[in-house]
Design a protein around this ligand. Structure first.
Ligand SMILES: Cc1cc2nc3c(=O)[nH]c(=O)nc-3n(C[C@H](O)[C@H](O)[C@H](O)COP(=O)(O)OP(=O)(O)OC[C@H]3O[C@@H](n4cnc5c(N)ncnc54)[C@H](O)[C@@H]3O)c2cc1C
Ligand SMILES: NC(=O)c1ccc[n+]([C@@H]2O[C@H](COP(=O)([O-])OP(=O)(O)OC[C@H]3O[C@@H](n4cnc5c(N)ncnc54)[C@H](O)[C@@H]3O)[C@@H](O)[C@H]2O)c1
Length: 449
């Protein structure tokens, strides 16, 4: 068997894997990277970026609909085929440009899944590869749902590639992906059903805000079914019959497509991690503070697949950076996680940073909770936006902002200012003293605190 030796061998070419591979190659190491799907990873090929391109058109529809009778006279609608073509302008070049960037740095590329045969050796196709350091950066994959007909389930990547938008779409899972895609599909003209095994949407987010978002989603025509236990999907001509139970009572719906949006899990299958002595659990690869495997010191894990994950692109990139520092300089950099803002790109956005109301109340003796529904504020009113709500939480003793939860237009941007304020331990007074542009969404922060 042909054998190759590297200083660093990276598995997975998403943001985490690319960051490590580039840093190590730039530092003069002999580096290889392998990718079993398209080079460039989830975010750029079948996640955040293509989603946000499709979202652009639905933002235009939302704004025009809100301003009907307020100056906009004609309803606008989406040409899905043309929108998809536009999206491909972004995703199409990703694999080749990623490959070029990596190989220009002298990195050797493979296009297959490897398998561990011992702690430092992998097989990849017919080749044997040994490396001083092996980096696992394989990301997440959709959770497998085990019921009859699960082969008919589609996943988020399939949605982003749909040539034609079907009349009826069902999303199984009301988390980030299910809610974002349900909003896009509904605005692009599909009849959408969202089901969840739990009793609410987006359960890590603030309950008051998610309730408002759910009610508004229903007005868009989205139907929610909660406490669902999926039973079977049967193909019936061009449609599917999806059977499920709710509180033990049997039900079914007819739909054109069913998407598995029931969560994502670490992508570890097929790597033969046991042979490499790499311990993992359902959180991902078990790592220490330096992102090094606790069982095999030659192995580092970063991005979604490490057990230190919070599966978001900026965090995965940061983990890639921390892993590369430790590979290159010895274990010197531990992963310090700052305050992490997060946004669900429904329209309006739901965004959050820091403690929930419940967490803050249990953590601090006295908290100030500023919770208000304010679609009457100028910024929302001028675009006739139906929802604008905030819940800002401050530690009463220090005045510091410890949590911010926003539902409204532009919330995905405004939340970044709260993240920065929290990282700098700013108080409500500090924010009030700041001069923001006017009239802008950021300027509303003064009134929120
Ligand atoms: C639909 C969707 C929308 C999202 N939207 C957002 C968003 O708006 N904002 C945000 O911050 N995050 C978003 N995310 C999450 C974000 O995409 C991930 O957190 C990020 O891509 C993780 O980067 P990573 O490098 O860890 O893994 P990935 O980008 O998943 O890269 C891992 C790579 O490893 C490859 N791989 C897996 N197994 C093997 C193997 N055995 N051999 C070789 N290669 C392998 C995979 O094919 C993949 O290319 C979204 C995710 C999805 C699915
Ligand atoms: N805007 C963003 O930043 C963004 C967007 C998309 C994805 N992501 C990342 O990707 C991760 C995965 O997102 P996701 O939406 O796939 O997962 P999720 O964990 O956000 O939501 C999964 C939902 O599926 C439900 N569920 C689980 N099993 C089920 C079953 N058998 N039947 C019906 N419902 C079931 C859960 O109750 C939950 O509500 C997120 O945690 C997030 O970090 C981020």
């Amino acid at each position: 068997m042909d054998s190759k030796k590297f200083d660093v061998f990276v598995i997975g070419s998403g943001i985490a894997g690319q960051t490590v591979a580039k840093a190590c190659a730039e530092a003069g190491k002999k580096v290889a990277i392998t990718e079993k799907r398209a080079f460039g990873g989830t975010c750029a090929n079948r996640g955040c970026d293509p989603k946000k391109v499709l979202l652009g058109a639905t933002e235009a529809v939302e704004q025009a609909n809100n301003l009907k009778q307020k100056g906009i006279v004609k309803a606008i609608s989406i040409n899905w085929k043309k929108l998809q073509k536009f999206k491909t302008e972004f995703t199409g070049p990703v694999p080749e440009s990623t490959k070029k960037k990596l190989s220009d740095l002298g990195i050797t590329l493979f296009h297959e899944s490897p398998k561990f045969i011992d702690e430092k050796t992998l097989t990849i196709g017919k080749k044997k590869v040994t490396a001083k350091v092996i980096v696992i950066a394989t990301g997440y994959e959709p959770r497998k749902l085990l019921f009859t007909g699960n082969k008919y389930l589609q996943e988020s990547g399939d949605f982003l590639m749909l040539k034609k938008l079907p009349k009826r779409i069902t999303f199984l899972g009301a988390g980030y992906v299910g809610m974002e895609f349900a909003h896009m599909a509904a605005r692009a003209g599909s009849k959408v059903v969202v089901m969840d095994s739990g009793d609410s949407i987006l359960h890590p987010f603030d309950i008051d805000l998610t309730k408002e978002l759910k009610d508004y989603s229903e007005k868009l025509g989205i139907r929610f079914i909660f406490n669902v236990n999926p039973v079977a999907i049967k193909k019936k001509g061009k449609k599917y019959k999806f059977s499920y139970t709710v509180n033990e009572s049997q039900k079914s719906i007819k739909t054109n497509l069913v998407f598995n949006t029931a969560g994502r899990v670490p992508a570890l299958s097929g790597l033969d991690l046991e042979k490499g002595n790499v311990i993992f659990d359902e959180q991902g690869i078990t790592t220490n503070a330096f992102l090094q495997s606790t069982s095999n010191s030659r192995v580092y894990a970063c991005g979604d697949v490490s057990d230190k994950n919070l599966p978001l692109t900026p965090l995965s990139g940061r983990q890639g950076y921390v892993a590369s520092e430790n590979i290159l300089n010895g274990n010197t950099k531990s992963l310090d996680v700052p305050v992490i803002p997060s946004v669900v790109f429904t329209l309006p956005n739901l965004a959050s940073v820091g403690y929930s109301e419940e967490e803050a109340r249990s953590r601090y003796k006295n908290v100030i909770v500023n919770y208000k529904v304010v679609p009457n504020w100028f910024n929302a009113k001028r675009i006739n936006a139906p929802l604008y709500t905030y819940k800002i939480i401050m530690n009463k003793r220090t005045g510091e902002v410890v949590g911010a939860h926003l539902l409204g237009p532009n919330a995905g941007e405004t939340i970044n200012i709260f993240a920065m304020a929290m990282n700098q331990k700013m108080t409500g007074d500090d924010l009030q003293r700041t001069i923001f542009t006017y009239p802008s969404w950021a300027n509303d922060i003064k009134s929120m605190v």
